[in-house]
Design a protein around this ligand. Structure first.
Ligand code: PMP
Length: 429
């Protein structure tokens, strides 16, 4: 018997999962094993890799940063990579959201953390802190049905309840849940939101703009995002945009919010902020939110930190990523990938074995009509195994197959992926 690894893997049921595959090298859109197996990374390694694995300019920036810096305490100290990145983020994000200099809607402040969950946790705390500090405490958070915002206590609370968090229910706080804005049910969502905020006690609405990722790659129209944002604006409710997954080009623009002309009060970024090379997150906030915490009274401090806040090497990686966004035709690459996805998806739109064939920018998803749908059903793991045996990494969410590859993915790569999806339907349904 081989010795058991002490590693406890995330979202893995070790009793039934096959042994993990050891990856020795990554390049472009591929993961390679030591014995030469090349696996197409169809989910960008949990949605983090944007341009490509080991994007050369980002890797060079990381190497260079290590010559001067490792970690520096970020209370009372700062460093060039964090400063450069904060300026760069503020410029790029506000440009993308069309918020000019001097506009109070400008996302002018950058708080660093190290994962998507912490970016959102920070956003929730900023929202509650804002109301607390201005002396009009509001306690309620409104979130969407099927939402996923992370795995810390606050983000699990904002996320949909289900098997993933049932054991931890005693730790979670209640949020006001409004229906997912599915086509034909728009009024249900807007009415529920209007009712929720009517009491004047809602601190914030938190949304995944345009695509709910872990909830099943559920997509909704930019107009609905704009209308939800309108309700927030007219009722004085803060809007938190969790762009942890949708940011950095996935939905066809740098930020999904910009497609709806939405200006969130708080914006959460992670995953692709370093091109998917190294952990880093940023929560951006308006002047109003910063000012509510700005005081000679220490009790109004924003009480959040973690040891590795603003790690200089990670910040340097993100600075290099911003340079790529500024100086390379990233937008063209994204629209080419989006078109390439669309042309393959088109064949499935009238394939009776599939339904809900959908796409938002570079993200494509389709549901296999299976009797045993749902996360715990057998179809998800069977599909996963089918794809992996053919050297394609796709991790279906129940019967929802989605393809969210790095931007360097070629037409040949996609042909193989979609041929394999068709073959899976043939073999497994
Ligand atoms: N928010 C969204 C929308 C996400 O998709 C995720 C991760 N899939 C998170 C937050 C949490 O990010 P992380 O896994 O980096 O903590």
């Amino acid at each position: 018997m081989t010795p058991r690894s002490p590693v406890w893997h995330p979202f893995t049921q070790h009793a039934i999962a096959p042994p993990p595959l050891e990856i020795a090298r990554t390049e472009g859109a591929y993961l390679s094993t030591a014995d030469g197996r090349r696996i197409f990374d169809g989910i960008s390694s949990w949605w983090v890799v944007t341009h490509s694995h080991r994007e050369p300019r980002i890797m060079t920036a990381i190497r260079k940063a290590t010559e001067d810096l490792d970690q520096v305490i970020f209370a009372g100290f700062t460093h060039r990579p964090a400063e450069t990145l904060a300026h760069g983020l503020v410029d790029l994000v506000n440009e993308n959201l069309a918020i000019p200099d001097g506009d109070p809607a400008r996302l002018a402040h950058v708080f660093y953390s190290d994962s998507g969950s912490t970016a959102v946790e920070v956003g929730l705390k900023m929202a509650l802190g804002y109301w607390f500090n201005i002396g009009r405490p509001r306690r309620k958070i409104v979130a969407l049905e099927h939402a996923y915002h992370g795995d810390t206590v606050g983000t699990m609370s904002a996320g949909a309840r289900g098997i993933f968090n049932a054991p931890y229910a005693p730790m979670l706080f209640d949020v006001e849940r409004i229906p997912f804005p599915a086509r034909g049910r728009e009024h249900d969502t807007l009415d529920a939101l209007a009712r929720a905020v009517a009491g004047g006690d809602v601190a914030a609405l938190i949304v995944e703009p345009l695509v709910l990722g872990a909830g099943g790659m559920l997509m909704y129209a930019p107009d609905m995002l704009a209308r939800m944002a309108d309700v927030c604006r007219t009722s004085g409710t803060l809007l938190i945009a969790d762009e942890v997954m949708t940011g950095w080009g996935r939905t066809g623009t740098l930020l999904a919010s910009s497609q709806a002309g939405v200006r969130p009060d708080i914006l959460c970024l992670a995953k692709g902020i370093t091109g998917g090379t190294i952990p880093l997150a940023a929560t951006l906030a308006t002047d109003a939110i910063f000012e509510a915490h700005y005081s000679e009274d220490r009790r109004r401090t924003f009480f959040h930190s973690s040891s590795y806040t603003a790690n200089p090497i990670a910040c340097a990686a993100a600075v290099a990523n911003l340079d790529i966004w500024r100086n390379e035709p990233v937008g063209q690459r994204i629209s080419a990938l989006a078109d390439a996805q669309e042309s393959r998806l088109a064949h499935f739109r009238d394939d009776a074995r599939f339904e809900n064939v959908r796409r938002m920018g570079t993200i494509a998803a389709l549901d296999l009509k299976a009797r045993d749908a749902g996360y715990l059903a057998g179809i998800g793991p069977r599909l996963y195994a089918f794809f992996l045996e053919r050297d394609i990494l796709l991790r279906p969410l129940g019967n929802t197959i989605y393809v969210m590859p790095p931007f360097c993915t070629t037409g040949d790569d996609l042909d193989r992926v979609y041929d394999t999806i068709a073959a899976a339907a043939e073999a497994l349904v």
